[in-house]
Write a new protein. Structure first.
Length: 578
């Protein structure tokens, strides 16, 4: 298939640029980084911007090498090269300056600095776009388009002028009729994949004829700058480019930040109506405004792009770097199934935005970074993280990052999560530190609100086989009252009450409380628990409703107002204790 598409870039008193684009479809933005020597003081002498739609039409034909059935597929690539030759002529037609630009693909841009005297000049421009098919069916059928244009330019003062241009084209709409029709066309670059199919049966040797009609959107900015009117040299570093939405339209009035941190250079500017921006840094002749290895950062809202300058990018007089910047987007981020998570629970992050990201990831501030996300469907990305012990963060920001194949980065930090993998017991108190059977002990615990708090009394009271649940009497304060059973048969000694607290996320912690069990088993108060104490219990065995003093009351070791086997057990368990 052969097609011709012309793009005209014109402006009033600056420069006229014509680019013929073949199969223009790529969404691109260009940053031209320009490093040059000039002299003190500069101003924009002439500038022009343009945003327009350019139509194209061509009729093509070639001879079929064999019999081709209907819907026969032609799959090939066009290798695209764009050239521009610009001459600046003096009043008498003499050549003053020449600018040659060459680009692989469908964009063109560049810069040159030169001396001009005040006066009128003619700018002559010749443009050629060549498409070379890699298909054996189309060998030798070079797509070549040329166009020339002359225009007048006025230099308002003697001095050093810098010419720069940035152009951006997108949103190709293509329609084919005749013996071929378009089945698909790939992303536009130096090599454009194309698939065509025949609309009928074609015999070998028969001419294949077709017509291609297309339109393409274009934005561009060109400028001449008078950068020097003195003999004192300076260094000037110029960055210019285009900001465009993912789906094509340029973005006017967008704030653009350009930074070279290694040189402590930073400026903020605003795109014009064609989505184009430009910043200029100036320093004395011995200044280093850019050097190999420096990282240039361009930021537009939440879009971030970094480019590392290479050796070929930097020279004493010129540096040109082509870097893509597209205003990609994240339209929504959803955290599920909730926003507060505990240990071993799974966090699912779903992001919707620009399709076809080269990489997608999310991070949780202070917890984890760069969890990979997969594009499950066009423009929908999914990632998961299982909470680990020790992952604790309250209202931690979740940042989703999408990076495309050309290095454009977009982030979203609008969502937050809480990770709670622990519960703390602030304090535990007991109303008694020494107890005996029949006493009432009150346990007070301070911990998180809405927790489940339990106390294990099994080592203190043999009759309490299950944990006692404490009641939350006020926010975060839990209380339980427990009577030590008269039937408790534990021997005297220091016991541990185990307090356990569990929050709503099933995080659990425990703390112990020590209480001494001290039943009066030394009945005769001689400092020993021995046979004599057993005799006293035996002597009073069977007595009930004991309320008066004497040996019977002393023999009621557990205080249940009767002397029975339980009292014998308590004395026996503490036998010979001092």
């Amino acid at each position: 298939m052969i097609r011709k598409l012309f793009i005209l870039i014109k402006f009033f008193s600056s420069v006229f640029l014509l680019i013929k684009l073949f199969f223009l479809k790529e969404k691109f933005g260009i940053i031209y980084i320009i490093l040059l020597f000039a002299s003190v003081g500069f101003h924009v002498a002439i500038a022009d911007t343009l945003q327009t739609q350019i139509p194209g039409e061509m009729i093509g034909e070639f001879t079929s090498p064999l019999n081709l059935p209907e819907k026969f597929l032609f799959a090939f690539n066009y290798l695209i090269k764009t050239e521009a030759h610009i001459s600046i002529l003096g009043v008498e037609g003499q050549n003053v300056q020449t600018i040659d630009l060459l680009a692989e693909g469908v964009s063109i841009g560049g810069h040159k600095t030169f001396e001009l005297k005040k006066g009128e000049y003619t700018v002559k421009e010749d443009f050629t776009v060549t498409g070379t098919p890699d298909s054996p069916f189309l060998q030798g059928q070079l797509l070549e388009s040329k166009m020339s244009f002359d225009w007048k330019f006025t230099a308002t003062d003697n001095g050093t002028y810098d010419f720069s241009i940035t152009a951006d084209a997108w949103d190709l709409k293509l329609n084919l009729t005749g013996d071929l029709t378009l089945q698909s066309i790939g992303e536009t670059s130096a090599s454009i994949p194309v698939e065509l199919v025949t609309t009928r049966f074609i015999q070998a040797g028969e001419e294949i004829k077709y017509t291609a009609i297309s339109t393409v959107e274009l934005s561009k900015s060109s400028s001449f700058e008078l950068i020097s009117q003195s003999e004192e040299p300076v260094v000037t570093f110029v960055v210019t480019g285009v900001v465009r939405n993912e789906d094509g339209p340029v973005v006017p009035n967008a704030s653009v930040s350009v930074t070279n941190e290694a040189r402590n250079l930073s400026k903020i500017t605003t795109t014009d109506e064609a989505g184009i921006y430009k910043v200029t840094f100036v320093g004395p002749q011995d200044s280093i405004l850019a050097q190999t290895g420096d990282i240039l950062k361009v930021t537009v809202g939440d879009i971030k792009l970094s480019y590392t300058l290479k050796e070929d990018d930097i020279s004493q007089t010129r540096a040109v770097v082509n870097v893509l910047i597209e205003k990609r987007k994240i339209t929504s981020v959803v955290i599920s199934p909730k926003t507060k998570f505990g240990v071993a629970e799974e966090i699912t992050v779903t992001a919707t935005g620009s399709k076809g990201a080269k990489s997608a990831s999310f991070s949780i501030a202070g917890v984890v970074e760069d969890i990979l996300m997969q594009e499950k469907s066009s423009g929908t990305y999914l990632g998961n993280y299982i909470v680990k012990a020790g992952d604790n963060a309250e209202n931690a920001v979740v940042t989703v990052t999408l990076t495309d194949a050309k290095g454009n980065v977009v982030t979203d930090s609008t969502k937050k999560v809480t990770l709670d993998t622990q519960i703390a017991i602030t304090s535990v108190e007991s109303s008694l530190t020494v107890v005996k059977n029949g006493d009432t002990i009150t346990i007070t615990v301070i911990t998180e609100p809405k927790a489940t708090v339990k106390a294990d009394f099994l080592t203190l009271d043999s009759t309490i086989s299950s944990s006692v649940k404490l009641s939350e009497t006020s926010r975060g304060k839990y209380i339980a009252e427990v009577i030590i059973s008269p039937d408790n048969t534990h021997e005297n000694g220091v016991k541990e009450i185990i307090i356990t607290a569990t929050d709503a996320l099933k995080n659990t912690t425990s703390q112990s409380l020590k209480v001494e069990l001290k039943n009066p088993v030394d009945i005769n108060q001689d400092g020993n628990v021995d046979i004599l104490d057993l005799v006293l219990v035996g002597t009073n065995y069977g007595k009930q409703n004991i309320s008066q003093g004497g040996d019977a009351l002393a023999a009621d070791v557990n205080g249940d107002k009767k002397v029975d086997i339980l009292d014998l057990v308590l004395v026996s368990k503490n036998f010979k204790m001092k």
